[in-house]
Ligand binder design. Sequence first.
Ligand code: ZN
Length: 180
Amino acid sequence: MKLLIKALAFAADKHRNQRRKDVAASRYINHPIALVDVLANEGGLEDERLMVAAVLHDTLEDTQTTERELDKLFGKELVDLVKEVTDDKALPVAERKRLQITHAKTLSRRAKLVKLADKICNLRDMAIAPPAGWGLARRQDYFDWAKQVIDEIRGVHPTLERIFDEAYSRRPTAASPEPH
Ligand code: ZN
């Protein structure tokens, strides 16, 4: 509990000036909090280290946070876990997306669970409030790519996988109403 609260305070501080890409530009911290909510309340999981990893999962990739800082506050095991779900930003986006698919099955159980919750939350956001300017094809590609990643890790948590499939079933089509 204490570690989780520490992680929430840390992530809230690190993401404080960031907004999500949706049109409403929601506060970034809503996203890691949504992951923890999915894992705990929809997945029935109680593993505090997993929750801490979920809260911190975007800090290395999207903020100035260093591995050293995370290590000092949360320990090496946690750093390794966050690194597992961190893309190498030096690579082009297409390559990063390809690597997420090929690396997915090599992830630890906790990293797979973070990945599952991340994709569930991202698809839900994408269905309701996609980033400004994303046309239908781009949104569809995003759904399909997320499914390719999750298809590589199936068997880790059937309930969350079913919840992912529900989120995927809202893949936009030409017939769906335009969001907003
Ligand atoms: Zn994320």
